[in-house]
Design a protein around this ligand. Structure first.
Ligand SMILES: [Zn+2]
Ligand SMILES: [Zn+2]
Length: 337
């Protein structure tokens, strides 16, 4: 008797993240589970207290740094490309190009190949391994910037805006809002790439993850903690800080501040204004509209599922491209970046 193999939507469920039934594990679970496979260390994807965690070395290190003892019961690391059997499913982690350790999860079960991309981008980033295309039957994508209006400019233009402002205002302190995981280290490597070799000062909340990146072989150039540095010494310097700190009491003690922020959302003028950002830098760790579309074309999957972000436009676009597409509407993912 011929039995047709089950379709991915019969064995992949969207409860508490993405649940893979024949492997009995969750990908990026939004509440603690027995067995979790984690795409990357951002807080809406990696959460504490799972009993067993499978992730890359980089992601496990980030989870330990953030959660300590609560990173998980048993932590199992997977090298990129290493095939690991869980239940009846073969699981392989491949680079997603998003942040250090970030992975797409490739699932193979009874002849179908499904890729859960997590968050990803296609542009070069010196702080992590580049996105690797995986042909598949179902491609599960994010859509953080899934609207045609989101086209990120070339990264070097944005970093040059910062360097230009420094030359224009050599007496002012440039405080740039960056997320602690990924954006901070990427901005540092981009500055070095554009020839800026001066020390960059770090808000205390950024130091742990910068040390972690250095320990993983990412060269950030000279960085110094802000703490204890007299404000006058920060004239004409670049200070990196978490986005929430750029306008708080801490920042008001700095000399004649220019507030900047590095985020894909800086493409939206009102967001920059609302945050009091004078120097918006459109630097994103997520695929923009063109990168999303190019990825859908290149993976060649006949079916697309969209996890979080602006699903509707991307689904419509995928359908125009002749693909089957649907939204997974998983609650619990935020609009990081
Ligand atoms: Zn992320
Ligand atoms: Zn995300």
């Amino acid at each position: 008797m011929h039995v047709t193999p089950p379709k991915p939507r019969e064995w992949l469920k969207t409860t508490t993240g993405i649940y893979c039934e024949p492997g009995d594990f969750h990908i990026d679970p939004t509440a603690p589970v027995d067995r979790a496979v984690i795409t990357h260390g951002h807080g809406d994807h990696a959460r504490p207290n799972n009993r067993h965690v499978l992730a890359t070395d980089g992601t496990l290190a980030i989870m330990r740094a953030r959660f300590g003892e609560e990173a998980g019961g048993q932590l199992q690391s997977a090298a990129y490309g290493e095939r690991i059997r869980i239940g009846e499913v073969d699981v392989t982690l491949v680079p997603a190009g998003h942040v250090l350790g970030s992975a797409q999860i490739v699932l193979e079960y009874r002849g179908s190949r499904v890729v859960v991309s997590g968050d990803y981008k296609r542009r070069p980033d010196a702080t992590c391994a580049p996105f690797e295309l995986q042909p598949c039957d179902v491609f599960i994508t994010e859509a953080t910037f899934g609207l045609p209006v989101f086209r990120h400019p070339p990264d070097c233009h944005e970093i040059d805006k910062l360097l230009h402002s420094l030359r224009l205002f050599p007496e002012r302190c440039h405080v740039i809002g960056v997320y602690a995981l990924g954006k901070c280290q990427r901005v540092l490597t981009m500055l070095r790439h554009r020839g800026y070799q001066e020390p960059v000062y770090l808000h205390g909340a950024l130091i742990t993850l910068c040390d972690l990146y250095c320990a993983h072989g990412v060269d950030l150039g000279p960085v110094l903690p802000c703490a204890g540095v007299p404000p006058a010494a920060l004239k004409g310097r670049i200070v990196l800080a978490p986005p929430g700190a750029t306008n708080d009491r801490w920042a008001r003690k700095l000399p004649d501040v220019v507030v900047g922020m590095a985020s894909g959302w800086m493409r939206v003028r009102q967001r920059a204004k609302a945050r009091g950002v004078e120097l918006p830098l459109v630097i994103s760790d997520h695929a923009d509209w063109d990168e999303l579309i190019a990825t859908l074309e290149e993976v060649g999957a006949p079916e697309i599922w969209v996890t979080h972000g602006r699903e509707e436009a991307l689904i419509h676009q995928a359908q125009l491209m002749g693909l089957r597409a649907r939204a997974l509407s998983i609650a619990g993912f935020e609009e990081e970046d």
